[in-house]
Ligand binder design. Sequence first.
Ligand code: NDP
Ligand code: 8X3
Length: 249
Amino acid sequence: MTDLPSAIVTGASSGFGRAVVERLVKTGRPVVALARRTERLTELADRLGHDLVHPLTVDVRDGDAVAHAFGDLPAPFSDVGVLVNNAGLSKGFGPIQDAELRHWREMVDTNVLGLLHCVRAALPVMLAAGRGHVVNIGSIAAVYPYLGGNVYGGTKAFVHQLSLNMRTDLEGSGIRVSCIAPGMARTEFALTRFDGDQERADALYDGSDPLTPQDIAEAVEWCISQPQRVNVSLIELMPTDQPFGLSFR
Ligand code: NDP
Ligand code: 8X3
């Protein structure tokens, strides 16, 4: 057991978030694993050890629930040094003129407001300690437009710009801010985007070699393990065979 401050990882029940939890725990860091699906989080804590993994069932869209949960963490998880804002989703794949309002609401509520709720709840502990690190998971969709990426790309562009603005506001606080922008990775992301249509989700990756959740976890760990003088502002990583924009050749 080390005396490393804890990390809160949102979206820990699947994909990138789960891989980040697994990776950070290996370094001896206590990790709060946050998502909505309790049984997945319990499985993670059972597997990795409840001394290092604290499962936290919270919907990031509920600002009061986030504030309450972050303010009520037991030791050693209450000494929050790292926040990995990873919970997020994309819904729908049509052009903007055909999009559904409920999909826009879900993406904005989760990717934008949900992330802000977590930032707001985590900063006081970091400010009091005079150190901390917020790692926001953005996307190449924030930078390179593709057909059907419209509002999802917009929410991720918000994450990228917020990361820059946070760093500016937090200058002198000892808190570092990083943004990681992955390209296409095989997780449950496509399944969620296509409303549970597994065949359609699988077809997206046909004949390609997408990023893995472990690739992203490695980038997160690299960011937070740099010396305090180093602020990694942005990492963009894409599959070798993914052109700018979504489609594989
Ligand atoms: P997954 O669908 O595998 O994981 C998404 C995670 O977010 C799940 O753990 C889910 O948990 C959680 N989540 C969703 N909504 C909420 C909510 N309201 N409250 C709490 N947790 C929530 O996808 P990825 O791992 O791929 O996605 C992680 C992040 O990476 C997202 O922000 C995504 O936009 C981004 N990204 C993904 C890429 C990809 O190609 N896969 C590429 C670039 C960026 P639960 O349902 O249990 O709440
Ligand atoms: C998701 C990346 O390329 O699937 O953020 O839109 S992509």
